[in-house]
Design a protein around this ligand. Structure first.
Ligand code: IPE
Ligand code: IPE
Ligand code: MG
Length: 248
């Protein structure tokens, strides 16, 4: 169902649908997509990159304010060396070329996760993309790379302990809001909707703290096949959910 026509900006105001402010996407299923076609897994990752581009632009067009995409988890380093290497190559070429795309849409690019294990080249590109986009006023795109929610939480605890030790505040000042400010997503609203393509019913260490009251939509399409109409479908399902946040 095309809720938003072809995704022109005006459509969002014409529609009465309740749009999520923040969407998270677990971009999963690249490997299976390639396997089905007898292709190497890296061909699936390459196809997934195209979907990422298309869906990011679409989210920006329809007026989503925050989009967080899961690109590489802290656990994905366990994969065979050649797969990890091909992913790093893909990230590099992507950061060199494709993120230029988002200039037109005034997208603000942020990387969430620990940049330390990436190569100097890749880290430089990540920082450049963040720096060059930070004064834009469009959708915030968080790209989760070497991201794991447990490590994000441990990092926050360490930083809070150090700040208490330095006398910045006392333990009595620690509350949920302060804790959130120590996460990579500091200052951003929690995701309203998390979409997982490829049919897996799990969170895989993505936004554990932030997703306390997030609506989940699992879709069977593999990420490289995921289309604007699939996003519309997820938005439609989301719009019909009754969010209670523990109330009545
Ligand atoms: C997601 O697709 C991409 C990354 C995790 C980097 P997968 O590579 O996990 O694809 P499947 O789940 O094996 O099909
Ligand atoms: C989650 O997918 C991570 C990304 C999509 C980047 P995985 O394919 O790594 O998750 P599991 O192993 O199926 O839980
Ligand atoms: Mg997977």
């Amino acid at each position: 169902m095309a809720l938003f026509g072809i995704g022109k900006k005006k459509d969002k105001t014409e529609s009465n649908i309740i749009l999520p402010k923040h969407i998270g996407i677990i971009m999963d299923g690249n490997g299976r997509w390639a396997k089905k076609r007898g292709l190497p897994r890296k061909a699936g990752h390459s196809a997934g990159t195209k979907t990422f581009r298309k869906i990011t632009r679409y989210c920006s067009d329809i007026g989503i304010k925050y989009l967080t995409v899961y690109a590489f988890s802290t656990e994905n380093w366990k994969r065979p060396h050649d797969e990890v290497e091909s992913l790093m190559k893909l990230f590099k070429s992507y950061l060199e070329e494709a993120l230029e795309d988002f200039k037109d849409d005034s997208i603000v690019v942020k990387f969430i996760g620990d940049k330390t294990p990436f190569s100097d080249d890749l880290r430089k590109l990540m920082t450049e993309n963040e720096e060059s986009s930070k004064y834009r006023d469009g959708m915030v795109l968080n790209i989760a790379m070497n991201y794991g929610s447990r490590s994000e939480i441990v990092r926050a605890v360490k930083n809070i302990c150090n700040d208490v030790k330095d006398g910045k505040f006392g333990t009595e000042d620690i509350d949920e809001s302060l804790f959130s400010d120590y996460l990579y997503t500091a200052g951003q609203p929690d995701p309203d909707l998390i979409i997982r393509p490829s049919g897996e019913h799990r969170i895989s260490n993505f936004l554990l703290w932030q997703s306390a009251y997030t609506e989940f939509v699992i879709m069977n399409k593999l990420w490289p096949d995921f289309d604007k109409s699939d996003l519309d479908e997820a938005l439609n399902i989301y719009a019909q959910r009754n969010r209670r946040f523990g109330g009545v």
